[in-house]
Design a binder for this molecule. Sequence first.
Ligand SMILES: Nc1ncnc2c1ncn2[C@@H]1O[C@H](COP(=O)(O)OP(=O)(O)OP(=O)(O)O)[C@@H](O)[C@H]1O
Length: 516
Amino acid sequence: METNLDSIPLAPLLEANQLVKRFGELLACNKVDLQVLAGEVHAILGENGAGKSTLMKMISGVYSVDEGTMKWLGEEVRLQSPAKAKAQGIGMVYQDFRLVPALSVLENIVLAITNKGVFMNRTKIRQQILEVSVRYGISVNPDAWVWQLDLGERQRVEILKVLLMKGTRLIIFDEPTSVLTPIEVDAFLQMLDRLRKDHYAVLLITHKINEVMAVADRVTVLRHGSVIYTATQEANFTGDQLVASMMGMKQLVKLEERTPWIASSQVPVHALQGRQLTIQDDHGQMIVDGIDISIEKGKIVGIAGISGNGQKELFEALFGLRALSSGSLIINGINLTSSPVKAYIDAGMVLVSEDPLTDSVIAGFTILEHMVLAGLPMKPKGLGMDWSYIRSQLQARKEVQVLGLADPDRRADRLSGGNVQRMILSRALLKEPSVLLVSYPSRGLDIGTTRSIQNMLIDLADKGAAILLISEDLGELFALSDELLVLSNAKLHGPFIPSETDAYTIGQIMLKGETA
Ligand SMILES: Nc1ncnc2c1ncn2[C@@H]1O[C@H](COP(=O)(O)OP(=O)(O)OP(=O)(O)O)[C@@H](O)[C@H]1O
C-alpha cells in the first residue's frame, strides 16, 4: 500500500505545455499549460464544453495529444494509453463508473490492480482495502456485489481502485460530487484534505464553486479550450471572480424568487394523483410501499432522498415504465393505471431520467435527429425531410437559446456531459409538458446554465404545469419547491413547506426516515 509517499518532489509532478486536442474542426484544447504539484488540490473550472474532460483525458492517456508535451517529475513522457499513465502514477476516477456489476467489490479491485486475474492474494488485498478505507474514510464492504451499491458507494470503489494501484501519485476526479448526497460531499471533501496531507496531487473538475473555495490550493479556468486564469490560493481569488472568468462577457442571471403557490380554485385540480403505490426494484424487493402522492397544477413538489432509495423506481412507475405492484395512477383526470408509456406521453407527461446518457442518447444520432424523434414537428421535402426548415424551427425556440443548445448537427454521443444535459432539458421543455418528472436537472451543468434551467422550471410551473423534482442538491430543492417530500425506508414523509423547515431536518429524515 502506497499511502505514505516516500519522497516529495520539488519539481512539479506534472507539467503540461501547450497541449492541443482537435476533434475534426473543433479545437477542444488550445495550447493549454498546466502544472500540478504533489500535495495540492488543483481545481479545473469552466463552462460546459470548455475542454476540462478532454484535458484530463489527455493527462490520463485516454486521448492522444495532437500537439504539446508533458513532463512527469521533470522528464518528458508520452502517455499514449491509460496503462502508460497508470504506470507513471496517474489514476482517474471517471464520471461514468467502470465496474463489473456481477463481481464483488473485492473482485473488481483485484481485477483493476493486477494483471493476474482473480487468483492473487485476496487476503492481502482485503486487508489493504480495509486500511485505506479507514485512513481516507471510504467505507465500503469488500464482499458486497457491485450491482447492489448505490452511486456514492460505486464511486468509493473507483477511488479505492486508484489508491490501491501501486505508485499512484496523481488522482483525477471528473465532477465527483455530482452523484453524491450532501452528507457524502462533506466526507469526500475531507478525504481530499487527507490525500493532500499524504502528498498526493489531486486534479478536480467541478462546477461547484463552494467546493473549490473549500478545498482548492490552486485553480485553473478554461474557456473555449484555452486557459483564461490560473492562480494559487495566495492570490485570494473569490468565487465571484472565478465565475466571471468562466463566463467571460456573459452575466450570471439571477434565480427568480418563487412566489408562494396559491390554488387557482377552491377544489384542488390535480395533474397527478397516485394512490397506494407499491413498487418493486429490479430484484423484486419492495422499494416503495403503499404511498400516496398528488401534485396540483402549477405546483413544484421536490423529493429529497438518498440515491438508490427508490426515487428512480418511483419516477419510472409514475411514467408507466415500471409496473406497479399495486395502486392507481390518474394523470390529468384520466386513469392510466397499467397503461403503456405512450398513454402517459399523450396525457402531457415528460420524464427527464436520472441517467440521460444511458436512457436517452442514441449512438450516432445528431441532436436534431433526437429532437425529431421526440416529436419536433417535421416537414417533408421530396422523399425525405426538410432538415434546414426543422433546424431553423428548433433554433428559433427560446428554450434552445436560453439553455445554449450545441449545434443541432453534432452527434449527441460526442457532446460533453453538460451539453448532453442541455439537449435533454431542451427536449423536455420543447414539449411543453403539463406534468414534468425531472431528475437532477442541474447535474453536470455549469453555473450559468443551472440558473437558466431553474428559472425555466419556475416559469413552466407559473404557466400551470405540475412538476415533480428530484435533486441531490438540497439548496435547489428548497429554492424551487412549493412542497418537499422525503422518500426514505420505502415511505414518503411530508409534505414540508420549505420556508417552515430546514436542511438539517430534511437531512435527518433522509437518513433515518424520521426526525431526531
Ligand atoms: N470524442 C469526441 N468527439 C468529438 N467531440 C468531442 C469529443 N469529446 C469531446 N468533444 C467536444 O470537445 C469539446 C470539449 O468537451 P469536454 O468534454 O472536454 O468539455 P467539458 O469542459 O468537460 O464540459 P462539461 O462541463 O459539459 O463536461 C466539446 O465541444 C465536446 O463536444
